[in-house]
Design a protein around this ligand. Structure first.
Ligand code: TRP
Length: 341
């Protein structure tokens, strides 16, 4: 039996290069080895976007296009629309009995989101409880592995707790999931901020065209203490170098650039040996080379909306099948399978 992967994204916008580094790269690499389910988490997205369902409806298709564009094969990966899997909602209700309010209150990712979105005085139950619903996402598909960005670690921990509690109470039923985090951790925003976020506007989308990528790269933050190109600079915590590490094909050139940047200095004409502009130009070229095939595939797939619809319909159907199997086992273990003798 193949082991299973479940992971997902909220359909609140197009996916960006941070998603690629955090999770998409792992999904593409593992899709041959694992039975993969990828959840387009509209229910979760509604928890803080309940007033704009039309936006989510459109973005479901954008996210599906991003999946296809990066090379996720819909034969190997089921793209599943979350709201069409009622078993997830059902499981959420039962899991809420296994988890205390205090446990969810401690979740650092939820805390950060509440602060960032200034929801302190208007905190909805739906949003607050989404980590429990995410545990239902993961376990409904019997996932062994969950490739995600490392901001999702608290959700994986919670899921593992729920599985352990459930199995101890009702008997061995649910699969214990394991998190898998991207090689480069979380990619900073183009402004050097901790995270790429649509609302901050510090993102580079997988769908961005060449000119847009170049423009965004040329406006990136670098080492804030390096005012002149001849000064020695820092490559650590410098988003331009972080991106080069993550995306450049020519690793030797990256090492050379780092060396020059750290050293500073100028040539015989008094010009800096390596200014920020030069590093950014090279980054823009590397990023555009990386994004070019993704962009082209995206354009091709976007010409065929009915194919995208079919992929979503078929993936959701396969996902539902799997979730129903889990739900049946759960009902049996919880002794609520009343008419099964
Ligand atoms: N919370 C995830 C995010 O914000 C999206 C998500 C929903 C997810 N359900 C999931 C990720 C299940 C992994 C597994 O990106």
């Amino acid at each position: 039996m193949k082991k299973r992967i479940l992971t997902g994204d909220r359909p609140t916008g197009k996916l960006h290069i941070g998603h690629y580094v955090g999770s998409l790269a792992n999904r593409v690499a593992l899709q041959d080895e694992y039975e993969t389910y990828i959840l387009i988490a509209d229910v979760q997205a509604l928890t803080d976007n309940f007033a704009t369902p039309e936006m989510l409806r459109q973005n479901i298709r954008e996210v599906a296009l991003d999946y296809l564009a990066v090379g996720l094969d819909p034969q190997k990966c089921a793209f599943v629309i979350q709201s069409l899997i009622p078993e997830i909602a059902e499981l959420t209700i039962y899991y809420m009995n296994l988890i205390t309010l205090a446990r969810v209150e401690r979740n650092p990712t939820v805390k950060a989101e509440i602060a960032q979105k200034q929801m302190e005085h208007d905190l909805r139950l739906g949003f607050f409880c989404y980590p429990v619903s995410q545990a239902a996402d993961i376990t409904a598909f019997g996932a062994h592995l969950v490739p995600v960005g490392n901001d999702q670690k608290p959700m994986i921990e919670l899921s593992r707790d729920i599985v352990e509690k459930f199995n101890a109470l009702y008997g061995e039923t649910l699969t214990l999931p394991e998190g898998m985090y991207g090689e480069f951790g979380r990619l900073p925003g183009t402004d050097g901020g901790a995270k790429m976020s649509k609302s901050i506007g510090n993102t580079i989308y997988l769908a961005d065209d060449e000119a847009t990528v170049t423009k965004k790269v040329m406006a990136m933050f670098t080492d804030p203490n390096r005012v002149m190109g001849r000064e020695p600079g820092n490559v650590e915590n410098n988003p331009v170098f972080t991106y080069l590490d993550a995306f450049a094909q020519n690793k030797l050139r990256v090492e050379e650039l780092k060396e020059l940047y750290r050293r500073g200095g100028e040539n015989e004409k008094g010009k800096p040996l390596l200014g920020d502009v030069q590093v950014k130009r090279e980054l823009a070229a590397e990023l555009n080379a990386f994004l070019e095939p993704i962009r082209n595939r995206r354009i091709e797939y976007s010409k065929d909306p009915s194919y995208v619809t079919e992929v979503l319909r078929d993936g959701t159907q396969r996902g539902r099948q799997r979730a129903m199997e889990t739900m049946e086992a759960v009902r049996k273990s919880m002794k609520i399978d009343y008419f099964q003798f």
